[in-house]
Design a protein around this ligand. Structure first.
Ligand SMILES: [Zn+2]
Length: 332
């Protein structure tokens, strides 16, 4: 990790605790002009405390921050944005399509939950599970946060510093707003959750935000298909190190992406085998694959199944039919 980070030159990983299963999140302090923090950690006293401590280890305080950059819309990456922006006066930068989410996090999360609820019922998840999950999601929302976005960034735009330039790249899939920051001169990619070494980034089905994430109302969002397309583009880049949102930096992005491609293909084949026996809802497929999953995992596993079902639908290996508002999949 140290050698990879030495190459990243002037970028320090700050590991901040989260209350989520994913564990700690990496925020990155870019020691340049302007002094920049990429991602904030979740909105909790513990996260704020540890962030202050981590900054102190680099001789910095929250008040010294001049720029805050957000990689994507998830709680653990943007929760403290409001508090940090108020205390430091730093300019908040985010992809233009992400800006409305950063500015009104709770309202956006509510609309995402409405989509999730409709999808879960349509794909066979029992109503009591859906109701329970909605309540869990509402309580999680407190770890989010909002701030005015001073500088919306366009896909492909350059974000300048005194001694580096970061190219802004919209690469949706894990979330509709995933944004990469590419330092071509150093071959360093700040990746958010686009590519993580020790876990595969779940493409969670969420409301499209436009651009490469698709337009709202275009039918069921196809998160995995979008994600695989984004990974293809990253694979083609001459990256030496990916500074990931969780875990250690990734130094073999091509090998890791190829491994992810194989894993998704295996899972698609397995699902094809299941629906070849009899028509199944996405919920029944998830139960066959993982047993009775915890309520909190119900939407995650549904997203996972739907992603692979999309791959099979695209190849016309399966088809879907609807009875009484519930979708079942069967082999073609
Ligand atoms: Zn994420």
């Amino acid at each position: 990790m140290t050698s990879a980070l030495r190459e990243a030159e002037g970028i320090h990983a700050l590991s901040i605790p989260t209350p989520f299963a994913v564990g700690r999140v990496n925020c990155y302090l870019i020691d340049d002009d302007p002094l920049t923090l990429v991602d904030t950690g979740p909105n909790s006293g513990k996260a704020l405390d540890e962030l202050e401590q981590a900054l102190r280890e680099h001789g910095r305080r929250i008040e010294d921050l001049q720029r805050i950059v957000i990689t994507h819309q998830h709680l653990d990456h943007l929760g403290l944005v409001g508090i940090l922006a108020r205390r430091s006066g730093a300019e908040v930068c985010a992809l233009d399509l992400l800006a409305p989410v950063v500015e009104e996090f709770a309202a956006h999360a509510e609309r995402d939950d409405e989509l999730a609820e409709a999808l879960m019922l349509r794909h066979g998840i029992p109503r009591d599970v859906v109701t329970a999950l909605r309540a869990v999601s509402r309580s999680f929302r407190a770890w989010g946060g909002s701030a005015p976005v001073d500088r919306p960034l366009a896909d492909g735009e350059d974000l300048g510093f005194a001694s580096r330039t970061l190219r802004v790249l919209h690469r949706p899939g894990h979330s509709p707003s995933d944004t990469l920051f590419w330092d071509a001169a150093r071959a360093v990619l700040i990746g958010g959750d686009h590519l993580i070494g020790h876990i595969s980034s779940n493409p969670l089905v969420s409301r499209p935000l436009g651009g490469r994430s698709g337009e709202p109302g275009d039918g069921r969002p196809r998160a995995l298909t979008t994600y695989l397309r984004s990974l293809e583009e990253t694979r083609a880049m001459p990256v030496e190190v990916v500074l990931a949102g969780h875990g250690v930096p990734v130094t073999d992005h091509v090998g890791l992406i190829d491994e992810r491609f194989r894993m998704h293909e295996r899972r698609a084949r397995k699902i094809h085998g299941l629906v070849a026996e009899r028509p199944l809802t996405a919920y029944e497929i998830a139960q066959s694959l993982w047993g009775n999953v915890a309520v909190t995992q119900a939407y995650l596993t549904l997203s996972e199944v739907l992603g692979h079902v999309d791959l099979l639908l695209d190849r016309e290996e399966i088809r879907e039919s609807e009875v009484g508002g519930v979708i079942r999949f069967e082999a073609s």
